[in-house]
Design a protein around this ligand. Structure first.
Ligand code: ADP
Length: 558
């Protein structure tokens, strides 16, 4: 409803005596004249407009140049709990929250003075009970008369919801900061405790072993053996408890990326074969060599879980048993990797106690060595990699310990921008590159990427220390370094390379799944020449290699 139409609605006058008519009047209340048919025709649509005006849920007002309401609709009376006559007897500012009066008046006057005809603003109205209503206004000035036509909506609920949301967000931020602070404190405590526990244990194990070298009688030898066994067990416990706690507080670096399942399964089997043979257990892989399954995991940590499953299958079954590692698609997008044995099995009543720290469900009475932490550790690791873990077992037929991880198809996500890669055609050797990385899929990927750069000799190492040895021995022209290595951290490898005069000048490029700016800044400050993130962007990778190895000599289009 425009202001002009509203004013003509309220401004109708008797054609005889010019007295003001009210909408719907059939006779003039002053001179009694019948309202003319032409007037009636004009008034009829006004009656309809007035109906909308009366019915509206939003507030409609007309304010005179003196700041008094000239006309208000029932919505404002309802909102304020005040009769229309009372509202009309007071200036609009009487109903506005004292803190908003001056600001509203000033802002409105300024905006109208600047030539804006229609303005929007918010202020608070106070109802008869002291309740506050946030009003969202749209107002228009008639410059000729100084009359302002306003329409407003009560937006208190939205305001309150917004404030509550902001408060909830602030509370969540506070909670997160508190949790982070608590985690930091826990992490510091853990590293202190680890140090404090290891120091005396070092003395126990060290001097115990020295005693063993002395000529001891049989009894003394047995005592020393007991001391050493206890010490080693304690060391194992400390390591496992610390690692589980670190995983729980997120203090363990994980490099979750596509991992080839057949490969990691074969590695785990290979690692445990000597132990299995010694105990006359057959280890088998039911995963076809041709299988190409990949899951999202940290390669080294996934192997750790499979090794734990396999070593349990060896420990808790009798000689002559078989343990089989298998993999299959579990359900939409998930791959299940399982270790099945044909051992004694576990009663269903005990199954739910598994995966809890120190829960050995009676194995201690059977005299089988262990800490009761392996499964809890595995659970923490798999969950940190975004997966699930579980067991199925039947007494008398055996157990299946399984884990499920998200399946990925690395081929479906080719390295970005590969179609625009420049292929270099050359025959001479331009340099050597050492890639230190524990995930075989990544090693292969980089090796394949370097197919585009013939003439680069490729060396690789899966352990940080082996990488350091290779770097000292071969002095490659470029080192690509993963941060999450099984033995020492990539940052330590970088520091050792920089500290050694033999390797200090070799440019090092970090290739990590950790894309956080903090990590990037830290590694660059430690002396890395570039910091690239996984998944590998082939073009960026090759141009970095070109830059650091002197660039392609004869680029052709690819
Ligand atoms: P640990 O082997 O050090 O005791 P784990 O957490 O790896 O710790 O295992 C917890 C318990 O689960 C074991 O003590 C054993 O009783 C039971 N268990 C694990 N694997 C098997 C298995 N393959 N067959 C039967 N029992 C098992």
């Amino acid at each position: 409803m425009s202001g002009d139409r509203l004013s003509s609605l309220v401004g109708a006058r008797c054609s005889q005596c010019a007295a003001k008519l009210r909408v719907g009047d059939r006779f003039c209340s002053r001179c009694g004249a019948t309202v003319g048919s032409d007037q009636a025709v004009r008034v009829a649509p006004r009656i309809e407009l007035e109906r909308f005006f009366e019915l509206a849920v939003d507030v409609f007002v007309v304010t005179g140049p003196d700041g008094r309401f000239e006309l208000v609709n029932p919505a404002l009376s309802r909102l304020l709990g005040v009769d229309r006559e009372v509202i009309l007897s007071k200036p609009w500012s009487a109903f506005v929250h004292p803190d908003d009066r001056e600001r509203s008046a000033e802002e409105n006057a300024r905006e109208f003075a600047q030539g804006h005809r229609t303005i929007t603003f918010e202020n608070r109205y106070v109802d008869v009970h002291g309740g506050i209503h946030w009003m969202d206004w749209s107002a228009e000035l008639d410059p000729a008369t100084g009359v302002v036509y306003g329409i407003a909506r009560d937006v208190t609920d939205q305001k309150v919801a917004r404030v509550l949301l902001e408060e909830a967000r602030a509370a969540a931020d506070d909670a997160r900061e508190a949790a982070e602070a608590a985690n930091r404190a826990k992490s510091e405590f853990l590293s202190r405790m680890s140090h404090e526990l290891r120091t005396p244990l070092n003395a126990v194990l060290g001097f115990g072993q020295m005693l063993q070298l002395d000529a001891l009688d049989e009894r003394q030898g047995e005592y020393v053996e007991q001391i050493l066994r206890g010490g080693r067990h304690l060391l194992e416990l400390i390591d496992e408890v610390l690692d589980i706690s670190k995983i729980e507080i997120g203090a363990v670096a994980m490099s979750v990326e596509p991992v080839a399942v057949p490969e990691v399964a074969a590695e785990s089997v290979r690692l445990l074969e000597p132990l299995a043979t010694a105990r006359q257990i057959t280890l088998r892989s039911a995963i076809a060599d041709s299988a190409t399954w990949h899951v999202m995991a940290d390669h080294q940590r996934l192997r750790q879980v499979l090794v734990n499953y396999l070593s349990n299958a060896i420990k808790y079954t009798l000689p002559g048993s078989t343990a089989t590692i298998s993999a299959n698609q579990a359900h939409d997008g998930w791959l299940r990797i399982a270790v099945t044995d044909d051992g004694p099995g576990i009663p269903s009543t005990l199954l739910e106690r598994l995966f809890q720290p120190f829960e050995r469900i009676g194995a201690e009475q059977a005299g089988i060595e262990g800490t009761g932490l392996g499964l809890a550790h595995s659970k923490a690791l798999v969950e940190r990699m975004g997966g699930r873990i579980g067991v199925d077992s039947t007494v008398g037929s055996g157990s299946t310990f399984w884990l499920e991880l998200r399946e990925v198809d690395p081929a479906a996500e080719p390295p970005a921008a590969s179609e625009h890669v420049t292929v270099v055609d050359r025959t001479e050797t331009v340099g050597s590159l050492l890639y230190i990385e524990d995930n075989p899929s990544n090693l292969r990927l980089v090796e394949r990427a370097l197919d585009h750069r013939p003439g680069i000799e490729f060396l690789s190492a899966m352990l940080g220390r082996v990488g350091l040895d290779l770097a000292r021995e071969h002095r490659p022209d470029l080192i690509i370094l993963d941060l999450n290595l099984p033995d020492i951290g990539g940052d330590q490898v970088l520091a050792a390379l920089r500290a050694d005069p033999l390797t200090a000048a070799i440019p090092v490029v970090i290739l990590s799944a950790d894309a956080t700016g903090r990590q990037r800044d830290r590694l660059l400050a430690l002396g890395a020449r570039a910091y690239l993130t996984k998944p590998l962007d082939l073009r960026t990778f090759l141009s970095t290699v070109d830059d650091l190895l002197g660039g392609p000599e004869d680029p052709g289009s690819g």
